[in-house]
Ligand binder design. Structure first.
Ligand code: COA
Length: 405
């Protein structure tokens, strides 16, 4: 079968961050609850000039540059997001212009909570497999700002960021295995955001249970599909790393314990060792950015590709994507020989500005209310004048963006 998959990845996040310990102290919570109990370290906080569009464009540019890809070779742009900015006009439409993509390029938005970009990725994989792309590539971008609100249980699990994925029949970074499919979909009210709200409504503990049920449903579906298509079973030893959707670091631990249980590994010591080997090394980026919703699974993949791509060549990894509501998918990917080397994102994370909790609250409120009509921002007031893409506010009901040369 033809090999198709990911040719490049790019990541972008907000300029400011807080430490999770500062947040815990401000809320009168033992910091160990957030650091150990939730597995978080830092949280990216967007200014009013940074939104779903600017982060998506920055990640897209980064993905194109990381593999030296000409933007005119893109003929499909899908932005998966649950931080929409318009009921009608997709985020992709603005990103299409900001990246200078061809007019002969489809540009659409996909939505199913944190699963949206995975859906886009799978559509692009099918397109590449079908041969209809005729040498052109797809750009899939996951871009989100996770907002639960000040003083809520979800507050320490916020974040902001975008990850861009270039899909083609030249998978220099990751081959997506298409032999078996693990799909699970079920209507549940674990997390949603009504049209009249900027912050999500979440039944947090129920959402964790729904996530675990979805692993079971999608993994079993994948196993049946593998037996049917290739008449084989896969052992855990065939998988070098297990990547998960990561709303907060500890969720990856809960997910892996469920995954191991489904494979038949119940011994707690063995399971803990396995987690340390196959999951924990790829959680650092997410723990420093916070929840990026649609992008968190792929941020973990970026982390793996930066730290371990050489030693993973020829090996398979499992990927689990979960979107509340809910829709989930379990699939396998393989790292090719001579995989493309991605630039480390740590220097950018280190160069962000750390703000205190007063400033965080000011930024959170300003960002949440940024898209009211006839309110224009000065990027220098928010310390983002040098960002490559900037949201200037809404004028005459039209969102205004600029792109630095
Ligand atoms: N030291 C170490 N760990 C501590 C602790 C301390 N002092 N105090 C509490 N903890 C642990 C708890 O034992 C728990 O771990 P466990 O789940 O392994 O038992 C963890 O910290 C969280 O504590 P909990 O009381 O469950 O937190 P919470 O009720 O404030 O809410 C979420 C946690 C995740 C439900 C909440 O942040 C949320 O709603 N987030 C958004 C929804 C989400 O991300 N859902 C995920 C699926 S998509």
């Amino acid at each position: 079968m033809r090999k198709v998959g990911i040719e490049s990845l790019g990541f972008a996040t907000a300029k400011n961050h807080i430490t999770i310990e500062d947040l815990a102290i401000a809320r009168g919570v033992n910091p160990e609850k957030y650091v150990i109990g939730l597995g978080q370290k830092e949280m990216a906080i967007a200014t009013p000039c940074e939104d779903t569009v600017t982060m998506a464009a920055q990640a897209g540019l980064c993905a194109l540059q990381n593999a030296d890809i000409d933007p005119t070779s893109i003929d499909l742009l899908i932005v998966g997001t649950e931080t929409g900015i318009d009921h009608s006009k997709p985020v992709a439409s603005y990103v299409h212009e900001l990246l200078g993509l061809s007019t002969n390029c489809r540009a659409i938005e996909t939505k199913h909570a944190c699963y949206g970009a995975t859906g886009g990725l799978q559509f692009a994989i099918d397109r590449a497999l079908s041969g209809r792309s005729r040498g052109k590539k797809s750009l899939i971008i996951a871009s989100d700002i996770a907002r639960y609100g000040i003083g809520t249980a979800g507050e320490p699990t916020q974040g902001a960021g975008a990850i861009a994925i270039i899909v083609s029949d030249e998978p220099r970074l990751v081959i997506i295995e298409t032999g078996a499919e693990g799909i699970y979909s079920n209507q549940v009210m674990d997390f949603w955001r009504p049209l009249y709200r900027k912050e999500a409504v979440v039944d947090g503990h129920f959402s964790i249970q729904c996530y675990l049920d979805a692993i079971e449903g999608s993994y079993k579906n994948w196993q049946q599909s593998l037996v049917k298509s290739e008449n084989k079973q896969l052992a855990l030893t065939d998988i070098a790393a297990c990547l998960y959707h990561i709303p907060f670091g500890k969720m990856a631990n809960k997910a892996h314990m469920k995954h191991l249980d489904l494979i038949g590994i119940n011994d707690k010591n063995v399971a803990n060792e396995d987690y340390t080997l196959r999951v924990a090394p790829y959680l650092e980026f997410c723990s420093r950015v916070g929840n990026v919703y649609t992008g968190s699974l792929f941020l973990s993949l970026y982390n793996l590709m930066v730290d371990a791509s050489k030693s993973f060549e020829g090996k398979s990894i499992s990927m689990f994507s979960y979107g509340s509501g809910c829709m989930a998918e379990y699939f396998l990917a393989t790292i090719p020989q001579n995989a493309l080397k991605l630039p480390d994102f740590r220097p950018i994370l280190d160069s962000r500005t750390q703000v205190d909790i007063n400033e965080y609250e000011r930024l959170l409120i300003a960002n949440t209310n940024a898209d009211q009509n006839d309110r224009v921002f000065k990027p220098e007031d928010w310390g983002v004048a040098e960002n490559p893409f900037i949201f200037l506010g809404v004028n005459d009901h039209k969102r205004q963006y600029i792109k630095l040369p």
